[in-house]
Design a protein around this ligand. Structure first.
Ligand SMILES: *Cc1c(COP(=O)(O)O)cnc(C)c1O
Length: 387
């Protein structure tokens, strides 16, 4: 076993793909102190700038005064407090669904939901660029997993046709986490209904960020069109956890069959209280979404003028594909020398040969920050080694 670990780590090192965790000494914000250095950061998923909002922190503290630190049991035992119940009801109302069910993380929501909904003999059809947790859920379920070409509804239609009467679940990110583009959700909804299949959308990067009140990529689509909607609470909402929204029947089914919701301790009630406040702010403070849009537009405009190769993303996720791992890491280091923190994302998180800088914006940023990023990118990009 030890030889196996050493060899695997050596191979990662050789490929320039070894990962490490930078140590951060500051709360989420435009600037972070990372490994002892103060850097302007474009790397978090704190899109609305709520992760360090004082009103959310106050709700968290009051939650602790009211409920204590821990929930002390699973939801089915005594861990499901009035605070969890209220948050679920508010999430259901927010997403226009009958009901919602909390999970401790998005990873667990996806694992538990796909595993509960499908099994041997079923087909799970997933977009090739779906989040790892969605793929892992399908593998865990024992269903047959097929990956269709990215956002390609024709490829999906052919596969649904071939599936015939076999029960099928179609699964897609709403906003793709490493590319920033948006799934053709309305087409997916129409197509799955036509083939009598079910659609599951994981809107981890859409909820809070896109659509009226931040209702995400499925805003305006009904429960019948998108029967399984997943949201995470650790991104735009700035806290932690996740939920699945859908019919009352779906939620009751998951309460009974989703193992990752059953065999685990409920999130602290104080966290549910903090998230209720974050949800209220995310919905009502439109200026955060407007600011985010302006920063994203400013970046895309500036990057196009500099001739940087942008992907077709209109979300605050703006990747810069470098190709090789070496170039991605070189770019990250060059920016860091200029006081800017952006993270190189490498395979297997993204497909081979498509290493990239994953640049993200937050409502906490200012236009001058984007200007500084563009200037640093201009300098660093021209100095990059060839592949
Ligand atoms: C981040 C993410 C998850 C996982 O959510 P966590 O709450 O961080 O575990 C799931 N799906 C997508 C698309 C994500 O980007």
């Amino acid at each position: 076993m030890r030889r196996r670990l050493a060899e695997a780590l050596q191979a990662r090192r050789r490929d320039g793909a070894l990962r490490r965790r930078p140590v951060v000494d500051t709360p989420s914000g435009r600037e972070l102190v990372i490994d002892g250095r103060r850097l302007l950061a474009f790397a978090s998923n704190d899109y609305l700038g709520l992760a360090n909002d004082p009103r959310v922190a106050d709700a968290f503290r009051q939650g602790i005064d009211r409920w204590g630190s821990g929930s002390a049991a699973a939801h089915l035992i005594t861990g499901h407090t009035r605070a969890h119940q209220a948050l679920e009801e508010e999430l259901a109302e927010f997403t226009g669904r009958e009901a919602a069910l909390l999970f401790s993380t998005g990873y667990m929501a996806n694992l538990g939901t796909i595993q509960a909904l499908t099994g041997r003999g079923d087909l799970v059809l997933e977009d090739r660029l779906n989040h790892a947790s969605l793929l892992d859920g399908a593998l865990l379920s024992g269903a047959r997993l097929q990956r269709y070409a990215h956002a390609d509804t024709q490829d999906l239609a052919r596969r649904l046709q071939r599936a015939g009467d076999r029960p099928a679940l179609v699964v897609s990110d709403g906003v793709f986490s490493m590319d920033g583009d948006i799934a053709p959700v309305a087409e997916l909804a129409a197509m799955t209904r036509q083939h009598d299949a079910w659609l599951m959308i994981d809107d981890a990067h859409g909820l809070g960020v896109l659509g009226p009140e931040g209702r995400g990529t499925t805003a305006g689509l009904t429960e019948a069109e998108v029967p399984v909607l997943v949201g995470t609470l650790g991104k735009a909402f700035g806290t932690a956890g996740a939920f699945v929204a859908g019919s009352r029947e779906l939620v009751e089914y998951l309460v009974n069959f989703a193992r990752s919701a059953i065999y685990t301790t409920a999130m602290p009630a104080a966290l549910a209280e903090a998230t209720r406040k974050a949800l209220e702010l995310a919905r009502s403070e439109d200026w955060r979404r407007e600011r985010l849009n302006e920063l994203t537009r400013q970046f895309r405009h500036g990057a196009a003028e500099l001739g940087l190769p942008l992907l077709p993303s209109t979300s605050p996720i703006q990747p810069l594909v470098t190709g090789s791992n070496t170039r991605a890491v070189a770019l990250q280091l060059a920016l860091r020398a200029g006081g800017i923190h952006v993270v190189a994302v490498r395979p297997p998180t993204v497909p081979e040969g498509s290493a990239r800088l994953r640049i993200t914006f937050s409502a906490a940023h200012e236009p001058a920050d984007v200007e500084r990023l563009l200037e640093a990118l201009d300098r660093a990009w021209s100095g990059l080694p060839e592949d």
